[in-house]
Design a binder for this molecule. Sequence first.
Ligand SMILES: [Zn+2]
Length: 470
Amino acid sequence: MFVFVTSALAIEPHPDAVPSTHQPGDVDVAENVPFNVTDPATLRGIVMDETAAVLKGSWQYSTHTPPYVGIGYLHDQKSDKGEKSVTWTPDFPNAGKYEVRVSHCCNVRRSNNTPVIIRHAHGESIIRINQQEVPAHGKLFRSLGVFEFEAGKTGSVTISNEGADGKYVIADAVQFLPQRSSRVEEPPVYVRNEEDHSKWPQIVREGVDAARDYFGNYGPVQVYILGHEEDALNSDAFHKQIVERYCQCRHPDSIDDRAGCASGSGAELLRKALSGRGDAYLSFVDHTRPPLAELVFINPHEFNDPYLYTRGIHEYTHVYQRAFPVTPTWMMEGGAEFFACYLGEKRGWASLRNDMKTFMENVRRIEDPELGIQHMEEIDKVSLAIKKYHRHLAYDAGAWAIAFMIHHSRSQSIADMHKKFYPRVTKIGWEAALAEYVQMKDKQAFYHAFEMFLAQPWEQQLSLVGALND
Ligand SMILES: [Zn+2]
């Protein structure tokens, strides 16, 4: 006797669904099998498979048309149109905006008019999808847009077979991806030592404001400025205050969590400041309602003066980027660097041309000619050998890739990067949005064209920067 053990076997099929008539391996397009996600737990955000849905009417399992999530997908047997539905009711850990995606395999026998009903904090939205089209995300998930939900089991997604005459309706899985920042009314809150009369906090603020003026006010944002110049932080009372404030913002609802924070990440923050070393970073606190962006500037005097202005732009650009579905590391860091120079130049803090030249010099220091931005899509997944070039690939080559993207866009307008490109990322995902924006077949074509560009002489590369419009 043979025993086949896969993680998928641990998933029990939906008890109300009709079993599949297809044998495993009986598939129409075998090359789509690798796109199956056998274990839904490997996906980001909140994922619910058909096994967790409530079925109305008779739905049948199938594995005939990959890809799918889990053990298979459901179809409506092409019958009782308008009578059948599949509903998922997620339990949201916190209120906020989520990108909603549904997965479905596709072929010409599918309905091109499938209604998906999203119940959210502001009512109900009905979106009709064409299940004959290949979904943008891993050939599997399609985005329905970003919706706001209250915490708990307050919203739902329903796939119905109403109006889908003569064709199969597919229901497989839903995914909710938290959107970590959004447009807000209140400006960033600055937390700093009132005794500190240095010029640094003002410089940080001006940089952040330059980016806010350009992208809009996103958040909520807490900005921590902790400078230990001339022992400015040598006050126990201030130590206590800063840690309390930091932990209060992170854990507004739990005294126990605040105590843990005070001895953990709060104490760590203070240690970093007292070390005297300069650092600037952004962290996202996902468990607060709404999620919080923390911009941390430690020992800003360690950065030199015009550079510090552009660090504020860089970090705030990330706050803006995080209001959209995830984009690759090179696009995030490259975008933050590009806009730091571009907006910095407008304020007299930087020179786009000179900074881009420096970036290109850094790119040319990469010893492995095979390495490119395509190896820097997800920083958490790259090997140590590539991580070594994190800054060169993500920041330096990334900034050039952004300039190259804009140069290949229809308008060659820098402003369209946030006016047109990012909203498309929400709709169709970054890979399809990139291809559409640069008017190329796919991201591979873009990577290839960019590689060719990197081999060009200086003058030609720099002339691209001058050709961009505001
Ligand atoms: Zn960054």
